[in-house]
Write a protein that binds this ligand. Structure first.
Ligand code: 13P
Length: 259
């Protein structure tokens, strides 16, 4: 069985290290020692060291929002996998749509970052998803299949089981528009079928696939209850500790029922 995994992508928020520490502390206290669901927070890189100290002794993981594909060298403004490990990261988000579409990140760049993340022993959360235009043109499956093929190229089945995928339809991010649970489930099942074709069914069944895009306390349960939705990558609603903790409680209720 796959363990539900909720991650908060704080993006370029909050505006001060004090507010970031306060948020992380509230998540730590709210989660306690619970291990029936996996939880991580992904703060801006400048806060990582401090948040690592706040989270000490907690099962809450910490992810960076990006990294470079090289291990060191003359790459101004970039961060390597070993640096992220050194400040306490357990995870790293790769290929978020705000980087793909806003900053021109390609599947081949994401593929190189993925290899570097695995070398550094970070758990990668690889984001994929179609734009509104692509969905309207009925190209969702083609786009998602292409992103999977390009981003995951060269991975062994064993490596694949250590990668988390996040299906985030671009039109649902920060818009208040959520994919319906059925729309999300359909794409998640398609992703798992593609993984089965590329690797094998047992591997596909072990990969955690999160959904992301306007997830909030009022809609998370109906998403997580679907068979191929294994968690959520949460933006805006992860910035309010009460909302993030409410979503974790929903996931825990479901984990208990499923278990
Ligand atoms: P929102 O939850 O704010 O829509 O953001 C989703 C997201 O992009 C998470 O990575």
């Amino acid at each position: 069985m796959r363990t539900l995994f909720l991650a908060g992508n704080w993006k370029m928020n909050p505006n001060s290290h004090a507010a970031a520490a306060e948020l992380a502390q509230a998540v730590k206290v709210g989660v306690g020692q619970a291990s029936d669901v996996r939880v991580a927070v992904c703060p801006p890189a400048v806060y990582l060291s401090q948040i690592d100290a706040v989270l000490e002794g907690s099962p809450v993981g910490m992810g960076a929002q990006n990294m470079h594909w090289e291990d060191e060298g003359a790459f101004t403004g970039e961060l390597s996998g070993s640096m992220l490990i050194d400040v306490g990261c357990t995870h790293v988000i790769l290929g978020h749509s705000e980087r793909r579409h806003g900053l021109g990140e390609s599947d081949s760049m994401i593929n190189r970052k993925l290899a570097a993340a695995l070398r550094a022993r970070l758990i990668p959360i690889v984001c994929i998803g179609e734009t509104r235009e692509e969905r309207e043109e009925d190209r969702t499956e083609d786009v998602v299949a292409g992103q999977l093929q390009g981003s995951l190229a060269g991975l062994s089945a064993e490596q694949m089981t250590g990668v988390v995928l996040a299906y985030e339809p671009v039109w649902a991010i920060g818009t208040g528009l959520t994919a319906t649970p059925q729309q999300a489930q359909d794409v998640h099942a398609f992703i798992r079928d593609r993984l089965s074709d590329t690797f094998d069914r047992a591997t596909a069944n072990r990969v955690v696939v999160q959904y992301g895009g306007s997830v909030k306390p009022s809609n998370i349960a109906e998403l997580l209850v679907r068979p191929d939705i294994d968690g959520a990558l949460i933006g805006g609603a992860s910035l309010k500790a009460d909302d993030f903790l409410a979503m974790i409680r929903s996931a825990r209720d479901l984990a208990t029922k499923k278990g």
